[in-house]
Design a protein around this ligand. Structure first.
Ligand SMILES: [Ca+2]
Ligand SMILES: [Ca+2]
Length: 242
């Protein structure tokens, strides 16, 4: 007959096992990480912040991402730009709307390049999108065209992808819940032996409140001005005290 202690121990073990399975945080594994790691680290330094990986259950549905980070709202504009493109395919960035159609936001030519310094970053303009959130934004996606009349559409949702795998990874600015870096993998997991480096199209995406709401993180230049301002204020106070 099993003792109470043994019964309790095995019950506890089962509970831990179940809770680990239920709450397991899933991060799609990135292979050949150098390019994407360099981009994330560079952007972190540039913004004097950290870009942290988002779990796949959250970035799978972009609306869930928005709701998780800032709650339900549609009172903001959206803008984005390409940070890198290491692709043999012509990739377009966009989203899958409520009807299941791919809506293109901007495209990246078949090329290998990435933003390498603050000059190139400052000279690359953001492209503004007209979009009503949350009803428009269902899944972020890329449309990859190499073989004529045979484009692949890859999203963050394995259920929508031909290889049933996740083709999108996301990082979020730890100081700004409306600021993201997103990496896409454009190669089919089985038919094209994907390399899973997620640098085929790397996009920076951010939202700007148009009405009342949290103030977005200032750019580094603004931070410096703010810092100087606070410094001046401090000196004025010190002077007064003297
Ligand atoms: Ca994902
Ligand atoms: Ca790739």
């Amino acid at each position: 007959m099993i003792s109470h202690k043994k019964f309790f121990a095995s019950w506890l073990f089962m509970l831990i096992l179940i809770s680990n399975t239920a709450f397991a945080l899933n991060y799609t594994e990135i292979e050949k990480t150098k390019v994407i790691d360099d981009i994330i680290s560079y952007m972190g330094n540039y913004h004097q912040s950290n870009f942290e990986r988002v779990t796949d259950d959250v970035d799978k549905h972009w609306l869930k991402m928005i709701e998780t980070n800032i709650g339900y709202t549609n009172d903001f504009k959206l803008e984005g730009r390409i940070l890198a493109s290491h692709a043999g395919y012509d990739n377009e960035f966009g989203y899958i709307n409520n009807n299941g159609d791919f809506i293109q936001l901007f495209d990246a030519p078949q090329t290998k390049w990435q933003i390498v310094n603050s000059n190139s970053l400052e000279q690359t303009p953001f492209i503004e999108f007209e979009m009503t959130l949350p009803s428009d934004m269902v899944h972020l996606a890329i449309r990859s065209e190499n073989e004529k009349n045979y484009p692949w559409i890859w999203t963050s949702n394995p259920d929508l992808n031909d290889d049933s795998l996740d083709h999108m990874v996301t990082w979020i600015n730890s100081l700004n819940p409306l600021h993201y870096i997103i990496g896409f993998e454009d190669l089919h997991g089985f038919k094209r032996n994907s390399d899973w480096d997620f640098n085929d199209l790397v996009v920076e995406l951010r939202y700007i409140y148009t009405g009342s709401g949290p103030i977005p993180t200032p750019e580094p230049g603004t931070l410096l001005l703010l810092g100087l301002g606070l410094c001046g204020l401090y000196l004025t106070r010190v002077k007064r005290m003297i």
